[in-house]
Design a protein around this ligand. Structure first.
Ligand SMILES: Nc1ncnc2c1ncn2[C@@H]1O[C@H](COP(=O)(O)OP(=O)(O)O)[C@@H](O)[C@H]1O
Ligand SMILES: [Mg+2]
Length: 258
C-alpha cells in the first residue's frame, strides 16, 4: 500500500504534522512527549497518507477515541493509534490488553507494541465493510455470504473467549475487508467483564434497521426479525456451537463454508 504519494515525516524535525499529536489541543509539550514515546517504541517515521483529512493533513482514520496515523516501525507499514483528549478512557492500556487477547484468536490487526496513549499495530489495506458493500451486485451474493459467515464466526470466537468487542453494531466501519481477509478493528469499547454480545450485535447490525442492512439486502435475501428471534434467544441463553450453527442456518448461512 506504500506508494510515492506517502510523504515521510521524520520524528526529529519540527513539522506542521506535529499539531496532530495532541489533538484537539495544540500542546507542544505533549507533542514532544508523544514523539519521544514513538521513538522509544521503535517508530522510524510517520507517513502523511490516508483517506481522511484533519487540519489539512491526511491520516488513516479519526474516531472519538483516537487518531490513526500511518508510519514505519522496524521497517514495516504500521497504523499508530493516538488517544485523543476527548477519549473517555484514561489510556489505551485496556484496548491493548484486549486486542492482544483477540490476536491470539487471529482476530484484529496485529498489535506490535503499545505505551499509555498509543498503539502500534499492523496497517490494514482494503476498505471498511460499508464502502466495500457499495460496489456489490447480485452476482456477488456467494461472496457476501462467505464474508458474513466468517464475520459471524469471528464474533462467535470472541463470545466463546469472553471478550465483548462493544462496537459491532457499527460493523460498517469496524470491519475491514482486504480480498479474502476480514479484520475486526477498534477494541476501544471492549471488555472482558461484561457478558459478550458479539454475535447478537452483529446479527442486529447486519440484518435490520441500519444502512448496512439495506445495502446487504440489495444483494441477499435475509430473514425478518420475528422469524429469527427464537434462534437469537436460544443463542443468547446458551451461546454454544450448536445454537450458533442453528442461528447461522436460520439466516441462510453455514459454518462449514466459512
Ligand atoms: N490498523 C488499521 N489500519 C488501517 N486503518 C485503521 C486501522 N485501525 C483503524 N483504522 C482507521 O481509523 C479509524 C479510527 O480507528 P478506531 O480504532 O475506530 O478509532 P476510535 O476508537 O477513535 O473509533 C477506523 O475507522 C479506520 O478507518
Ligand atoms: Mg471506531
Amino acid at each position: 500500500m506504500n506508494d510515492m504519494t506517502e510523504s515521510y515525516i521524520s520524528l526529529t524535525e519540527v513539522h506542521p504534522y506535529q499539531r496532530l499529536l495532541s489533538y484537539p489541543d495544540n500542546n507542544p509539550t505533549q507533542q514532544e512527549q508523544v514523539l519521544r514515546q514513538l521513538h522509544q517504541l521503535g517508530v522510524e517515521c510517520l507517513l502523511a497518507t490516508g483517506p481522511v483529512q484533519l487540519a489539512g493533513h491526511p491520516l488513516l482514520g479519526v474516531g472519538y477515541c483516537g487518531l490513526v496515523i500511518a508510519g514505519i516501525w522496524r521497517g514495516q507499514a504500521v497504523a499508530i493509534k493516538l488517544r485523543r483528549g476527548s477519549c473517555q478512557q484514561a489510556n489505551l492500556n485496556e484496548e491493548a490488553r484486549i486486542l492482544r487477547q483477540a490476536n491470539l484468536l487471529n482476530i484484529g490487526p496485529q498489535l506490535h507494541c503499545h505505551q499509555g496513549d498509543l498503539l502500534v499495530m499492523e496497517r490494514l489495506s482494503g476498505q471498511p465493510l460499508g464502502s466495500w458493500l457499495q460496489h456489490l451486485g447480485a452476482e456477488d451474493a456467494p461472496e457476501l455470504c462467505r464474508k458474513l459467515q466468517r464475520l459471524l464466526c469471528q464474533g462467535f470466537y470472541l463470545d466463546t473467549a469472553g471478550i465483548d468487542h462493544g462496537a459491532l453494531r457499527c460493523a460498517a466501519e469496524h470491519v475491514f475487508i482486504d480480498g479474502e481477509r476480514l479484520t475486526l478493528i477498534d477494541f476501544s469499547h471492549s471488555s472482558t467483564n461484561r457478558h459478550p454480545n458479539n454475535v447478537t450485535s452483529l446479527v442486529a447490525g447486519l440484518l435490520w434497521g441500519t444502512r448496512l442492512a439495506q445495502d446487504i439486502r440489495r444483494v441477499l435475501s435475509l430473514p425478518e426479525r420475528d422469524a429469527l428471534l427464537p434462534r437469537l434467544q436460544d443463542y443468547k441463553r446458551q451461546p454454544d456451537r450448536r445454537h450458533f450453527q442453528a442461528l447461522l442456518h436460520a439466516i441462510g448461512l453455514n459454518e462449514q463454508e466459512a
